[in-house]
Structure formats: structure tokens, C-alpha cells
Design a protein around this ligand. Structure first.
Ligand SMILES: Nc1nc2c(ncn2[C@@H]2O[C@H](COP(=O)(O)OP(=O)(O)OP(=O)(O)O)[C@@H](O)[C@H]2O)c(=O)[nH]1
Ligand SMILES: [Mg+2]
Length: 232
């Protein structure tokens, strides 16, 4: 049996994290969960700490100092690899990435090195998102396809499953501190020639908690993709 691990970066997800873990554990009790929390002021850590007492495969890390989606994600990847995971899944902890798709990601990972839960292929989509936000997301993705490659439809999806071999080939090379880790990891893996597959998911707008995304982060990500393309 292959060892499956899920990495959940969290910052202020007190209203979502218990439900995410419950849905994962209901269907996949044998899978390990790594929660990488950047000392969220809303008490996310304490909630996970209490839940983790009932399981022997929920691992909780409290990062101190500089926070960042990229810093936390890379930390979680390293940890999951160190613990001998064969498949490593990353997903947001805000219920935008519904755990119902986990089994599809893992099934497809039998034949591929990376499986992406994609909003922009047939059968995929977004629900509950304001029109403006959908347009921004689509335009950002079109831009990223132009810069990083047309063979991927959803460059910014953070809902993915990696074979150990693919992730370990690039993990020590991750430079992003923020959300651009999502594009960076995929671009570097793709460049090494690993097999990538997209499967459709419906992305649900978060109902609780607040987004950490803003225009500064968005533009930084868009510029960073050019840097990636030229210097990686
Ligand atoms: N550890 C850690 N996790 C973070 C940080 N920023 C965001 N996250 C987590 O990364 C995931 C995605 O962050 P979101 O704020 O939902 O960003 P997004 O999904 O791109 O934007 P929305 O669609 O607006 O929610 C969530 O699980 C967040 O809690 C951070 O600085 N540190
Ligand atoms: Mg989100």
C-alpha cells in the first residue's frame, strides 16, 4: 500500500480547518495530514492540536517568524517526503478544495507524476465566485499559460497530487515565499519532463474566513512567472 500524505498550509482558518480534516479523515483515515500553521492569531493551531490528539497520523507544525504560503508549503513538502510518503497532496484549508476529489487525484496518480485539480478543463468550474473575481482568475491563468506553457490549463490551482519522485526532484529548489510557489513547483517539475494530468474540479468560493490574496500578491506572481521562464 502506498503512503499518502496531505499538506494543508493554514493561516487564520479556525472556521474551516476542523471541517476539512473531518471530511478527509472520514474517507481516508489511513492517510497522513500535515498542517503547517504560521502562528495564526485566530487559534487555528489549538483547534488542530485538539483534533490531532485523537489520531496518530495528523502532524501539526507551528511556524514562527516570517509567514508565507510558499514558506509553509515547502516546509510541509519536506516533512511529508522525510516521513516516506509515496504520494503527496496539497490543498487549501478553506473548503474551496473539496475533499471529495481526493480519490480521483490519487487514482490518476497511478499513471501520472502530477495530477492537478483543474477549474479550466471540461467538467471543471468555479461556484459562488463574484464575476469580477472569476474574470481576474481566468485572465491571470491565460497570462500564465502564455508565459509558462499552454499545455497546462490551470496554473494557479493549489489542489494537486505529486508522486514522490516529482516533488523530491525540485523541493530543495523552491524559492517562493508566497503563493507563487504554486506556479513555481509545477513549472520546475514540468521542465524536468514529468508527466502531468489535469482532472476537473469545481472550486467553491470560501464561505468562512478571509482570503489572503490581494493585488500586490497577484502582480508579484505574474511578474515572477517571467523570471521563472527566463532563469529556471
Ligand atoms: N501557513 C500559511 N498558510 C497560508 C498563508 N497564506 C495563505 N495560506 C493558506 O493557503 C491556502 C490558500 O490561501 P487563500 O487565502 O485561501 O488564498 P486563495 O485560495 O488563493 O484565495 P481565495 O480564493 O480568495 O481564498 C489556505 O489554506 C490558507 O490558509 C500563510 O502565510 N501561511
Ligand atoms: Mg482560498
Amino acid at each position: 500500500m502506498e503512503k499518502v500524505s496531505i499538506v494543508l498550509p493554514t493561516y487564520n482558518e479556525a472556521e474551516n480547518i476542523a471541517e476539512v480534516i473531518r471530511l478527509i479523515k472520514n474517507n481516508h483515515p489511513e492517510w497522513s495530514v500535515f498542517v503547517i500553521d504560521d502562528s495564526s492569531p485566530d487559534g487555528t493551531f489549538k483547534i488542530v492540536e485538539d483534533i490531532s490528539k485523537k489520531f496518530d497520523n495528523i502532524f501539526l507544525v507551528k511556524r514562527e517568524g516570517e509567514r508565507g504560503r510558499g514558506l509553509a508549503g515547502a516546509y510541509g513538502f519536506e516533512l511529508a517526503l522525510k516521513q516516506g510518503s509515496d504520494l503527496i497532496i496539497e490543498m487549501d484549508a478553506d473548503m474551496s478544495h473539496h475533499p471529495r476529489y481526493l480519490k480521483d487525484l490519487v487514482r490518476e496518480a497511478k499513471d501520472f507524476d502530477v495530477v492537478i485539480g483543474s477549474r479550466y478543463i471540461k467538467g471543471g468550474g468555479e461556484e459562488g465566485r463574484a464575476f469580477g473575481r472569476r474574470v481576474i482568475s481566468r485572465m491571470a491563468n491565460l497570462y500564465l499559460r502564455c508565459v509558462l506553457g499552454f499545455s497546462v490549463y490551470d496554473w494557479t490551482s493549489g489542489y494537486r497530487c505529486f508522486q514522490r519522485s516529482a516533488l523530491s526532484a525540485i523541493v530543495s529548489d523552491i524559492r517562493s515565499k508566497g503563493p507563487s510557489i504554486v506556479e513555481e513547483v509545477l513549472f520546475k517539475i514540468k521542465k524536468k519532463g514529468f508527466r502531468i494530468k489535469e482532472i476537473p474540479i469545481i472550486f467553491f468560493e470560501r464561505e468562512k474566513g478571509t482570503s489572503k490574496l490581494n493585488f500586490r500578491i497577484l502582480f508579484r506572481t505574474l511578474f515572477y512567472s517571467i523570471y521563472l521562464r527566463i532563469f529556471s
